[in-house]
Design a protein around this ligand. Structure first.
Ligand code: NAD
Length: 301
């Protein structure tokens, strides 16, 4: 079995490392927050006190950090990954970060003689715990194949999305499309109700009609309609509005760098911003319904 260096032991990193330990790997884990390291040590991660210690002797290093700025720091600073790892070590960033940072990390890693793969995930904390995350991987065929042999223990699906930053691109575009469909669903749910339709009857019609979509089927924002919806559970996440806000922001910023105007993405970003401004970013993303009807059923007071 192998030695794995891991940087970032938060909500996702903690359960992901637990699955690597279960698969028999030695995982040397570091986080800036000592409590996060201690919690990971409880499920068998070897606690270390710096990035340099985490990457020492590792066959592969994973990073699971909040945003592009954190990933740049962790890789590029003098006490970071590139300055301290052996160039034989394969590097995988599984954080969801902006497209430009992902490309910069690929190019800085290559300049320093490293192989680098971007590998963001979807599936949330429950997917991380169950070892069923979807990984979207960007890099060369050989590097992605090697990364997959380690990722297997954490994944339900692994896709080689393409070359450098293709994993981030796939993740960002997917979540942008999801948020736009969801905005349609929350508007539709309120209008259907105002027209006097029974929510369950409307749901049954729409799920077999042309208005069907994944958020309609999975996240219908009215309690008692579909089992998997956060609306049944006072809009507890699920997928927090804060995370979707970040992902749509990455899409809007990425579009700007490509000279693109994406009006629907901008609109849904503004709707998510309203939730953030009201301190409601901890609710599920389907709480977007609150902007249409502040008294929608199931919302917390
Ligand atoms: P988190 O904030 O819980 O954990 C991130 C950890 O990184 C924190 O413990 C923080 O202390 C640590 N960190 C930051 N900078 C560091 C540095 N320089 N060195 C060492 N540690 C550092 O975030 P999370 O929920 O685990 O998410 C991680 C990434 O996964 C994010 O990019 C997020 O968008 C993505 N993601 C999250 C989910 C989810 O449901 N939580 C789902 C899919 C993808």
């Amino acid at each position: 079995m192998s030695t794995i260096g891991w940087v970032g032991l938060g909500n996702m990193g903690r359960p992901m490392t637990a699955n690597l330990v279960k698969a028999g790997h030695t995982v040397n884990g570091f986080d800036l927050v000592p409590e996060a390291v201690a919690a990971a040590a409880e499920h068998g991660v070897t606690a270390v006190g710096s990035i340099a210690e985490a990457v020492a002797g590792a066959d592969i290093v994973f990073t699971m950090l909040p945003k592009g700025e954190h990933a740049r720091t962790a890789y590029l600073e003098p006490n970071g990954v590139l300055a301290n790892a052996d160039t034989k070590t394969l590097l995988v960033d599984s954080s969801t970060i902006d497209f430009d940072s992902a490309r910069a990390l690929h190019s800085e890693a290559a300049k320093a003689g490293f192989r680098f793969v971007d590998g963001p995930v979807s599936g949330g904390v429950t997917g991380a715990e169950a070892g069923t995350l979807t990984f979207m991987l960007g890099g060369t065929d050989e590097d992605v194949a090697e990364a997959k042999s380690f990722i297997e223990a954490m994944a339900g699906n692994m896709f080689h999305a393409g070359g450098e930053a293709a994993g981030q691109a796939a993740k960002i575009v997917n979540n942008m499309m999801l948020s736009i469909s969801l905005q349609g669903v929350v508007e539709g749910a309120v209008l259907a109700e105002r027209f006097g339709l029974d929510p369950k009857v409307f749901y049954d019609i729409a799920t077999v009609s042309s208005g069907d979509s994944w958020p309609l089927r999975t996240w219908y924002p009215v309690p008692g309609v579909t089992e998997t919806a956060a609306s049944n559970n006072a809009f507890k996440p699920g997928f927090a509005a804060a995370l979707m806000h970040k992902d749509v922001e990455l899409a809007v910023a990425g579009a700007e760098t490509q000279g693109l105007d994406l009006p629907a993405a901008q609109l849904v970003h503004a709707q998510l911003q309203k939730l953030v401004d009201e301190g409601l970013e901890g609710l599920d993303t389907s709480a977007l319904i609150r902007n249409i009807d502040p008294k929608a059923a199931g919302l917390p007071e």
